[in-house]
Design a binder for this molecule. Sequence first.
Ligand SMILES: *Cc1c(COP(=O)(O)O)cnc(C)c1O
Length: 460
Amino acid sequence: MQYRSTRGQAPELSFEEVVLTGLAEDGGLYVPTSLPQFSADELEAMAALSYEELFCRIVKPFVGDCLSDDELRTLTEKAYAPFRHSAIAPLKQLGPQAWVLELFHGPTLAFKDFALQFLGQLMAHILKKRGEKVVVLGATSGDTGSAAIAGCRGLPNMDIYILFPNGRVSDVQRRQMTTIDDANVHNIALEGTFDDCQHIVKTLFVDAAFKQEHRLVAVNSINWARILAQVVYYFYAGLALGAPQRAVAFSVPTGNFGDIYAGWLAKRMGLPVADLVIATNTNDILARCVATGTYSMNGVVHTISPSMDIQVSSNFERLLFDLYDGDADAVFSLMASLKQNQSFTLGDAQHAALCEAFSSASADDETTKAVIRDVYARTGELLDPHTAVGVKAAELSRRHPDAPMVTLATAHPAKFPDAVVSACGATPVLPEFLSDLFERDERFDVLANDPEAIKRYIGG
Ligand SMILES: *Cc1c(COP(=O)(O)O)cnc(C)c1O
């Protein structure tokens, strides 16, 4: 399968190339030139598969000849072996027709493990085949860094460098990164803010000579392989709740739009999806776009669901490309308008298509805490703040009461203990395998907020 850019001015790439490429040359994102379709009969036959078997069935058409069936199978098993629940993505019922899909049983307790565990194995496979080495470089405000490190640790032909703002990530988040002792993992505590970290990473990526010399790659949420891996759990949950006979709705705590875009792909590939609810916190650019048809930036606010604190959602561009039927020129102009005017307005037909497939609602911090409190009182379950935003949005925008509503539980409550305790008084407990996290040795270097210092560190 070939991949093309949403802005239409970059070369088409193979799957293998797309995995090692971040943004397209024209600033666009890569999307497949066609989508596989699964019929109702095929879906029915998939209902009995294990998570790993289902993964191989769904992913296979996308990888072309990059992986044989056996290679895909082996790689998938390696990717999901570290998950601590035998169902990989278990469903839990919270009420009548209301479920959560627990996506936090991976090594770092967040749904990003689903994509990054797979991406690490996939990159290792491709690099070995090509006889190449890469440097994975990223900045994190806490969450993504640990999932990326867990995905790459100990793998051949890659070193990973993660920058985080010194003293400004939570103890749990820092320790999830700095207690990993594999030789290819390099933690950098930058003397600066998260924005400084991001700025340095961007500076190094646009330094063509440095980028080429060290073969820098990004594993951020625009990477196609990450989206692809996430498509699988929509099918898994849908089939478990009665698809293809019954349509299922999903509510997705949303930041960069990667996760919910995977749900949209599942729908286009044949899964009956009654609704896709875009759940946002106070950073509600997407909810406003669904309501009005205008996508307009208005700054970032810090909330108790920090992984959804975004100004713009990068992967929304992929949906625009689909809403405009693959018209890359139209996407190009919308993105140019966003850059120039901090906003764009969808055409009437595209806005109508958006509202047909998606609904959206937001929850502020007080509402989020009230949900945590209420669900705990009703069911004894502790939700993390991101998941709580999803549960609220599911309640607020329920358009198909007969369809089971599945909220994606994107993080374990013990990753955000302060918010949970302040909401309901109960302290979420870290799973057994992380219970000694605070006794483990940490390893990181504190470096100056200076791109040259980071270049020397990586180069030496
Ligand atoms: C990254 C993240 C999100 C947002 O996912 P997107 O794919 O960026 O929309 C939501 N919740 C948690 C816990 C996350 O880590």
